[in-house]
Design a protein around this ligand. Structure first.
Ligand code: HEC
Ligand code: HEC
Ligand code: HEC
Ligand code: HEC
Ligand code: HEC
Length: 384
């Protein structure tokens, strides 16, 4: 067992000789490549390879933001370790922060997650107790050995948010909480009800757990836990999280007083989650018979972070390194419903009021934000 923490990095690099079934890169990498796992777990591999976890150090965004972070960092070696060590956590033990080996380029990979033994958040950044080797930890308790590797039931994997919290909660060197998904979840009613990250992000989907003929779990159900782990990059997942409804529309003369309820109905943390480069925007306008919209009005839901001078940060590299305080946080809390009021100007041609929820991702500096419409709803104006 090895404890990998900022302080314990050197100690963690001392190999204890517990090599896994078939280390992929010579003898020195104790982790097995995802392609090895794919030989028996093809459908889980397929889902995982579509995840942002699998692409966490691949281009174009991560290398660009890492490059920028190194430019502004006062301690480049530490910054590289920190960024790469979380986005490709096998490097914490192998020290391959230059991503020379194939496993390192696989980001948050199979063998990292399934050999974690414990997570102790007291240890701050990278709080994982890692134990790469023949024992793969997961949600099942087996009574007989099987072909491939040893296995061990792990409550950490089955139902606990701690495995995720090891990365989805991050304090930078200013002691400021840049990523707070886990603590937001802890404050939500989902924590009290025992509904963990896996319940919402790793639903059971069609697929086989293992190659035909090797099945051990007798249930017969051809289902696996979804390893694509979608969030804001998936319209389906965004849709499961929010709800949008007109409460009332009162027309008087040339305008309408509009009340709209926006709810975080299905996310176990604030919406939008994650980084301040993401925002949720409610856009309201009147439309005519041809669908042409009048001047749109907006409400923006977003967390604003500032540096030591109090300037609002927009650049991801600066957000990770330099954030020191929070400005406004207008995001929707878990289970919160917020009523928004608008006065919408109407013309003779106005036929309806339309409300639309957009997800805007401004993570790629120097390019316009990527905008996707999550949902839209219409209120028809009578007698017009
Ligand atoms: C030679 C085939 C083979 C290979 C290669 C293989 N596995 Fe498995 N694995 C199995 C079998 C068989 C099971 C039991 C499947 C079942 O429950 O029906 C299993 C089960 C598991 C479980 C469930 C453990 C538990 O206790 O809940 C995990 C996790 C797992 N494998 C991870 C991996 C990872 C990670 C890799 C790559 C490093 C890998 N496996 C490579 C055959 C293989
Ligand atoms: C981010 C961490 C993470 C990564 C990466 C990951 N897994 Fe899993 N895996 C889990 C968790 C957590 C569960 C249990 C989910 C539950 O029971 O709710 C699981 C379940 C499993 C199971 C048991 C069958 C099932 O579907 O529940 C197998 C087998 C497995 N994973 C193999 C793999 C393989 C192979 C890869 C890479 C292709 C992989 N995992 C990548 C976290 C991960
Ligand atoms: C070793 C670190 C690590 C662990 C452990 C981890 N994640 Fe992640 N996760 C990341 C990183 C890094 C990203 C961002 C990848 C990117 O976009 O480059 C991410 C992205 C995500 C996303 C966003 C997907 C999207 O569509 O935007 C979700 C959802 C997610 N993780 C859920 C989970 C859950 C649930 C668990 C626990 C079962 C977990 N993660 C465990 C590091 C981790
Ligand atoms: C009750 C269900 C639920 C629970 C519990 C839950 N999530 Fe989510 N999560 C969602 C939904 C719905 C979304 C999509 C809305 C959004 O992007 O904010 C999401 C989005 C995300 C995103 C992407 C944020 C973005 O905007 O790109 C990450 C990362 C994430 N979740 C991680 C986690 C982690 C880590 C946990 C556990 C500590 C967790 N989630 C618990 C439902 C849930
Ligand atoms: C403790 C783990 C951790 C550390 C350290 C970390 N990140 Fe991340 N990073 C994440 C997670 C988790 C996400 C996904 C956030 C979310 O959506 O909630 C992410 C998201 C990102 C994204 C993708 C934004 C997007 O969703 O499109 C980039 C790029 C990125 N990080 C770069 C960096 C750089 C550069 C550093 C070092 C300065 C760094 N990260 C340090 C965990 C980490």
């Amino acid at each position: 067992m090895r404890f990998v923490s900022r302080q314990g990095l050197l100690a963690g690099l001392i190999l204890l000789g517990m090599l896994s079934i078939s280390p992929s890169q010579g003898s020195e990498n104790p982790y097995t490549s995802a392609e090895e796992c794919a030989k028996c777990h093809a459908s889980i591999y397929q889902y995982w390879s579509e995840s942002t976890h699998a692409k966490a150090v691949q281009g174009p965004l991560f290398p660009a933001v890492l490059g920028r972070a190194l430019e502004i960092s006062k301690d480049q070696a530490k910054t590289k370790k920190e960024c790469v060590g979380c986005h490709s956590p096998t490097t914490l033990l192998t020290g391959d922060f230059e991503l020379q080996q194939a496993v390192s380029r696989q980001g948050v990979s199979c063998d990292f997650c399934h050999t974690v033994k414990d997570v102790d958040l007291v240890h701050g950044w990278s709080p994982f107790v890692v134990d790469p080797g023949p024992i793969k930890r997961g949600p099942f308790a087996y009574t007989k050995p099987f072909k491939g590797h040893e296995a061990e039931y792990s409550a950490l994997h089955r139902a606990k948010p701690l495995l995720c919290a090891g990365c989805h909660e991050f304090k930078n060197s200013n002691g400021f909480l840049v990523l707070s998904t886990y603590s937001e979840w802890k404050l939500s009613q989902y924590a009290g009800r025992g509904i963990s990250c896996q319940d919402c992000h790793m639903a059971l989907v069609p697929g086989s757990k293992v190659k035909e003929g090797l099945e051990q779990t007798a249930s017969g159900a051809r289902v696996v836990n979804l390893h694509r782990l979608v969030g804001g990059t998936s319209l389906g997942q965004l849709n499961r999280g929010v709800d949008l409804k007109f409460e009332s529309v009162a027309v008087s003369g040339t305008s309408a007083s509009v009340r709209i309820a926006v709810s975080n109905s299905g996310a176990g943390h604030r919406i939008p989650g994650g980084l301040p480069t993401k925002s949720l925007v409610l856009v309201v306008s009147a439309v005519d018979a041809a669908g042409a919209a009048g001047a749109p009005q907006e409400r923006v839901y977003r967390r604003e972070l500032r540096n030591s001078k109090g300037s609002t940060l927009k650049d991801l590299a600066e957000i990770f390194l330099n954030a020191q305080s929070e400005g406004e946080d207008t995001r929707l809390k878990p289970s919160e419903t917020r009523t928004e009021r608008f006065t919408v100007p109407l013309s003779q041609a106005s036929r309806a009021v339309v409300a639309r929820l957009e997800y805007r991702d401004a993570s790629a500096a120097g390019t316009p934000p990527k905008i996707s419409t999550i949902t839209e709803t219409r209120w028809e104006l009578k007698n017009r």
